[in-house]
Design a protein around this ligand. Structure first.
Ligand SMILES: *Cc1c(COP(=O)(O)O)cnc(C)c1O
Length: 408
């Protein structure tokens, strides 16, 4: 099955008991059983079933299974948000004294999270780009994970997953990727070599901007050495399911960032149209970027443009689609604000992956808590505008952005 067919006819979508085309919404907290013995078995993983929604829920499980099938993982665990997913994905394997390497062009919330982890003895080395060249000089025995966004938001640098993961595996380090902006439509990150894939499914997977959520998918191939990862010691008996087993039985369930059943259902609806939406969104983004690039007074950053250093990688890795986000620089903060305020269709909002085109001035919003140096490393300048391109007719977007640019 190809991508869109699998979304609609994959095995994971065919497991409803009553033949319903979509799972029901199990909007409950708890599940009862006919005897104390039965509930004991469910609690001890000796009988199938659900006990309490924080630990498992049929609608959430249906969402997890669908994503897991699309990504080709050994298990997927859904979370209340993308940030909850990133947090537990890391805490699942890290201990005090461990170090992480991360790209500088990351989502602002993730950069803030890495600072929070310092209180728990986990330190992060930020490097300009997730490349073998940049990783090599900072690699040491304490580095227990490398974290990168496949297409940085909003830096828009693109990671060569195969090259980086090959190098990391030679050094016994797992590659954890945030695939939010690339989505499984542009790249199967596990097949390309990544070990753990995380999505803020609030964005393109949900697709309509109607629910916050996150998901972690394990490829099951990384060998968690018991000495280097003491947290994984007890779970190594689960083999390729070890990482997911620890999440489910330990960190994820105990930190409590579970996904609500209703939101899981909304994500399943979104997931089914991910392929057609991404294709249309990426085509709109490329057409808009090409048009804006010709206008005087602004510069455009989009990985799919001929002028981008990532164009070859976009062609090789993503089949030519460069994602649906672009940034423009308007010359000054004043110009950036004026441009934003002149737009008729694009909504001024802090989100990506909506059906509607959204714009934001990152320096004064998402990166408010970052230093100027951190902002610039993330590709955020005082005159930067991020555009999350939507599904409007591209002629209307071109007309709208062109008049706004002329206005400055
Ligand atoms: C939005 C986003 C997150 C955080 O996800 P939430 O669902 O908002 O918690 C993480 N990474 C990237 C790349 C994002 O765009």
């Amino acid at each position: 099955m190809k991508f869109n067919t699998k979304l609609l006819h994959g095995k994971a979508g065919r497991n409803t008991l009553d033949g319903a085309t979509l799972p029901g919404i199990s909007q409950v907290s708890a599940f009862y059983y006919d005897s104390a013995e039965h509930l004991e078995k469910v609690f001890g993983n000796k009988a199938p079933g659900f006990a309490y929604t924080r630990i498992g829920n049929p609608t959430v499980a249906a969402f997890e299974q669908r994503i897991n099938e699309v990504e080709g993982g050994t298990g997927a665990v859904a979370c209340a948000s993308g940030m909850a997913a990133i947090t537990v994905a890391l805490l699942n394997v890290l201990s005090a004294g461990d170090e992480i390497i991360a790209g500088s062009g990351l989502f602002g919330g993730t950069i803030d999270l890495f600072k929070d982890l310092e209180a728990f003895g986990i330190t992060t080395h930020f490097i300009p780009h997730i490349t073998v060249e940049d990783i090599k000089p900072v690699l040491n025995q304490n580095i227990k994970a490398v974290f990168g966004e496949i297409i940085g938001n909003p830096g828009l640098d693109v990671v060569n997953i195969k090259e980086v993961s090959d190098f990391l595996h030679e050094n016994g380090v797992p590659f954890i990727v945030d695939a939010t902006t690339a989505t499984p439509y542009l790249i199967n990150a596990l097949a390309a070599g990544a070990d753990i894939v995380i999505h803020s499914s609030s964005k393109y997977i949900n697709g309509s901007g109607n629910a916050i959520s996150g998901i972690i998918v394990d490829g099951g191939k990384f060998q968690w050495d018991k000495e280097r990862y003491p947290a994984m010691k007890e779970y190594s008996k689960y083999g390729k399911f070890a990482y997911t087993a620890r999440l489910r039985n330990d960190v994820w369930r105990n930190m409590g960032g579970c996904l609500a059943p209703m939101n899981a259902y909304l994500n399943i609806l979104g997931l089914e149209t991910l392929g057609i939406r991404m294709k249309a969104l990426c085509n709109n983004a490329l057409t808009l970027a090409k048009t804006l690039e010709k206008l005087p007074g602004i510069t455009v950053n989009y990985p799919g443009l001929e002028s981008s250093p990532y164009k070859t990688l976009v062609d090789e890795q993503f089949g030519g689609l460069g994602g649906a986000i672009l940034t423009i620089r308007a010359g000054s903060r004043e110009n950036a604000f004026k441009l934003i305020n002149s737009l008729k269709y694009a909504l001024i909002a802090t989100n990506i992956g909506d059906l509607r085109t959204l714009v934001i001035h990152p320096a004064s919003t998402i990166y408010l808590h970052s230093t100027q140096e951190e902002q610039e490393h993330a590709g955020v300048y005082d005159d930067t505008i991020r555009i999350s391109v939507g599904l409007e007719d591209v002629e209307d977007l071109i007309e709208d952005f062109t008049q706004a640019v002329k206005n400055i």
